[in-house]
Design a protein around this ligand. Sequence first.
Ligand code: NAD
Ligand code: 89V
Length: 342
Amino acid sequence: MKRGALIGCGFFSYNHLHAWQQLEGVEIVALCDRDTARLAQAAQDFGIARTYTDAGELFAREQLDFVDIATTVHTHRALVELAAAARVPCICQKPFAPTLDDALAMVAACAAASVPLMVHENFRWQTPVQAARRVLDSGAIGTPFWGRFSFRSAFDVYRTQPYLAQGQRFIIEDLGIHVLDIARFLLGDVTTLNATTQRVNPRIAGEDVATMLMRHASGATSVVDCSYASPRAEELFPQTLLEIDGSDGSLRVDAGYRLHVYSRSGVQSTQNCEPPLHAWAQRPWFNIQDSVLNIQAHWLDCLATGCEPQTSGRDNLRTLALVEAAYRSAGSGQQAVSLSCD
Ligand code: NAD
Ligand code: 89V
């Protein structure tokens, strides 16, 4: 039985805690939050007796196989460095860090302590994204040359996550980061990126629309477009729609989690990729909630086998570099930003 602790008992942590309860071979034995009311509520809701308001004390007193950090971005570096100092394997929520320098320091701290580090970058673990990856691996559409990864919504994310309305950076840092990671997962690393951003909602501080054009190392071109200012007949939150064209065919993930694979002669197959609705999950979040379960299961596999997690800290530096490049490109209003894949 793996013994874990969770730091940060806020809005999203309930998904982590439900998923840990559903998974076998793991128990969350302690909770930490500096907000005593939230800590007490989560302890009661999940029946976890050992609680801390100070993460240093948690690491000093508990024997842990891992820690799951579910706090917001500006606290990540200090908490990951504490975990590394205590030699406790560590999961850190996205966005991994507010700057690439912080992220590099966190990766270095865990490497120096020989401690596994996974970024909780869960969108690539969504059922339709995994199904699209399998189609690409099967060779059914040949070599991909073009993709579009699109998330357009008018869902009120600010109600449950008020901090999203407050930061100077919003949609690329919070949501685009997931979609950029999907683009990397399906089309590989990126060499150049060109972005524009817009703020449509006057009541928020950051950008709520972003459009990014990328060239991948493979030669493929892709577009990542994200909006929280786009009402539509059917609200699709939180679905990412996928389009990939290849030398021998194409694939589409349309609204309602339908995956179509086409060849030159027409539709080859259609799959229903709707994720399971777990007993603790709710619509419309169940797609994200299932991906939390999937990435946490992946973490347990990695702990058992010693394999590097897919979205290790090291890997996530490349996704974070795309976020930085997008803000740089949008800020300069000019040409594409070059990225190194080394
Ligand atoms: P939240 O503000 O509701 O909760 C964060 C909690 O962390 C708070 O209770 C706060 O008191 C606690 N905290 C902060 N610093 C702490 C510290 N040093 N020690 C102990 N406790 C501390 O935030 P949230 O909406 O739950 O988001 C948490 C993270 O999850 C964010 O990084 C967000 O981007 C991410 N998130 C990810 C997904 C996803 O699908 N991967 C979805 C939503 C949110
Ligand atoms: O998944 C997330 O990171 C969330 C949301 C879907 C609202 O962007 O913050």
